[in-house]
Design a binder for this molecule. Structure first.
Ligand code: ARG
Length: 265
């Protein structure tokens, strides 16, 4: 139990540090050498017009000039799902941004956040890295994603896609909406490679490539992992980004769908 708790604490700290280090990485570090762990990794430019439910979750404390902080998903006109580890700041410090491909631009629409619900078991048990935020200004008329409710969706080979504005580790444009296909690798694989980090089969999804090369990364946290047009996962954690043997770990929405839906209404 102690081990599990430490794990959760490490994940929380990693999330906060990751978010805090985005600006430092892009502002001061020389471009990282090209290699398997330097891409967002292996993704493609995406367009919010094609994924209107993907919502950037900016924060006034972000060191990045654009405010880029985390991702999220529109699940009702006034509700977004994000990661619990993205939800530790005061509600008034967040801005949800819809329809803006490049966060340093000013297009699309924005909303402040009026309230935040964080899974009450986050930090007490492993997993549970999910939260729901309420928008001050609903994004009326924007398509939403339904929650995946079947745990059976988390099957090896399932063709899921992750979206975000997070780090490209120097190989792509900063603050720019991207997507990458990450097949489900399965609980057995992450239970093995993340034995010491504490992968939680009942509540997490293991997705990516055993050889690395394509992954979500810092700043993508909270954003959507999509399968069959539903919100399947929430970007949660990994060790590095796109490194061989260290795939991405996502909160499994089906596991938490009842409690999430109760908040969404
Ligand atoms: N914790 C990170 C964040 O706050 C997300 C890390 C995802 N890492 C990965 N290798 N898929 O943005």
């Amino acid at each position: 139990m102690t081990g599990r708790l430490q794990l959760v604490r490490a994940a929380v700290a990693a999330g906060v540090l990751a978010a805090a280090s985005i600006g430092a990485v892009s502002a001061s570090a020389a471009p990282a050498p090209d290699g398997p762990h330097t891409r967002i990794v292996g993704g493609d430019i995406a367009h919010t017009a094609d994924a209107p439910w993907a919502i950037a979750l900016n924060n006034s404390g972000s060191p990045v000039p654009s405010g880029q902080y985390c991702g999220s998903t529109l699940v009702a006109a006034n509700k977004i799902v994000t990661a619990a580890h993205c939800s530790t700041e005061a509600a008034g410090t967040y801005t949800a941004v819809q329809g803006r491909d490049k966060l340093s631009d000013s297009g699309g629409q924005t909303s402040k956040i009026t309230s935040i619900w964080v899974d009450p078991d986050y930090g007490k048990e492993s997993g549970h890295d999910v939260a729901v935020m309420t928008l001050a200004t609903p994004f009326t008329g924007v398509p939403t994603l339904a929650l995946e409710t079947s745990a059976a969706a988390d099957a090896e080979g399932a063709a899921s896609v992750v979206y975000g504005w997070g780090s490209t580790e120097g190989t792509g444009p900063d603050d720019t909406f991207q997507k990458v296909a990450v097949p489900v690798l399965g609980d057995a694989y992450c239970s093995d490679v993340y034995a010491s980090e504490g992968y939680t089969a009942a509540g997490e999804i293991c997705a990516g490539y055993k050889d690395g090369g394509k992954d979500s990364c810092q700043g993508d946290s909270g954003g959507p992992l999509v399968l069959d047009g539903r919100l399947f996962g929430v970007v949660s954690w990994g060790v590095g980004c796109a490194d061989a043997g260290n795939p991405g770990v996502y909160a499994e929405v089906a596991t938490y769908s009842a409690e999430l839906q109760a908040q969404i209404g």
